[in-house]
Design a protein around this ligand. Structure first.
Ligand SMILES: [Zn+2]
Length: 321
């Protein structure tokens, strides 16, 4: 599968920066140890270090970081690595601050399914026996090679993630066990409007055909019961390879012929082939729905997904079958 080949190539390309970051990390540790050895025995400047209260959580992706925030509360220190709304997370390269954060984390959560292969290498480069790790694809038993990695678009994912996070937090901070149980209950409750909206769209539009420029929202589209077209083209875009001429032509003619009720596109992954499809869709009056790979900085997961589901519903209602 070309998808796997590209991924392997991507992995090879990413290996160097990871090693460089790990080397830099070791160098940093050596520098600070030397500085500590030279420091006078007087009281250190700044706050006196006391017992560490905050749980340190690193989320490889900001949607998991947000759910961790909702469960862990304001006292936890949370770092989300992939959060830039104008960057393509598939092309991320590790830097030193990320390597340091992973090394110091009490709890690390990441997607897996080859979406963030840099995490596994950082975990190996910074062994920490006490660090707890949640790999979402393993949690969901979704690890088949070549699987669509955009698991957070599946409405079943975040409730399972929230349960796993709450269980880990209860072990890290048993004194506040009840608080995490309450927050989990509140989180699961807050997901209900999404399920209701999905059920409503399903009852109206199940079986309708849609298309997308990247396989970003496939799990959501499947949950609504829609048919996803042009999947080969989407894999090429996701993997950063040029889509084939035949599949591009088929995609264009299905838009011109209005064989799909909506075109979903990933605002964070573009390119000229995608832009051309958007132009054709607009000319043919096929509604275009913008979605994003990472969570926008001013929203929580529930608002973000509900907004996107609503936008898809609006597109479906406005288009002719
Ligand atoms: Zn993607």
């Amino acid at each position: 599968m070309s998808d796997l080949l590209t991924r392997t190539r991507e992995r090879l390309r990413l290996r160097l920066p990871v090693r460089a970051a790990a080397v830099a990390l070791v160098a940093l540790a050596a520098v600070s140890a030397a500085a500590a050895a030279r420091a006078p025995a007087a009281r250190p400047a700044g706050p006196i270090p006391g017992p560490r209260a905050a749980i340190r959580i690193v989320a490889a992706e900001n949607f998991y970081g947000d759910v961790a925030r909702q469960l862990a509360g304001p006292a936890a220190q949370i770092i989300s690595v992939l959060r830039n709304p104008s960057a393509d997370p598939h092309l991320f390269e590790v830097d030193v601050p990320t390597a340091r954060a992973v090394a110091a984390a009490d709890l690390l959560i990441y997607n897996g399914a080859n979406y963030d292969p840099w995490v596994g290498r950082l975990l190996a480069a910074t062994p920490a026996p006490a660090r707890r790790v949640i790999e979402v694809s393993a949690l969901l038993h979704r690890q088949a090679p070549g699987i669509n990695p955009h698991l957070w678009y599946d409405p079943a994912t975040m409730p399972a993630v929230a349960r796993a996070l709450a269980a880990q937090l209860q072990q890290l901070d048993p004194a506040n066990g009840d608080v995490y149980t309450q927050r989990l209950r509140r989180f699961l409750e807050s997901m209900r409007p999404l399920d209701e909206q999905i059920a409503q769209l399903r009852s109206r539009y199940a079986g309708a055909a849609v298309s997308a420029t990247e396989p970003l929202a496939d799990y959501l589209v499947a949950a609504i019961g829609l048919q996803m077209r042009e999947q080969r083209f989407q894999l090429s875009v996701m993997n950063g390879t040029e889509p084939g001429a035949r599949e591009t032509a088929a995609f264009e003619s299905s838009l011109r012929g209005r064989q799909v009720r909506a075109l979903i596109y990933n605002r964070q992954a573009g390119g000229s082939a995608v832009q051309r499809l958007l132009d054709i869709a607009r000319q043919a009056h096929v509604p275009v729905v913008a979605m994003t790979e990472t969570e926008p900085p001013d929203m929580d997961y529930q608002q973000w997904m509900l907004g996107q589901i609503t936008a898809l519903g609006r597109a479906l209602s406005g288009s002719q079958p």
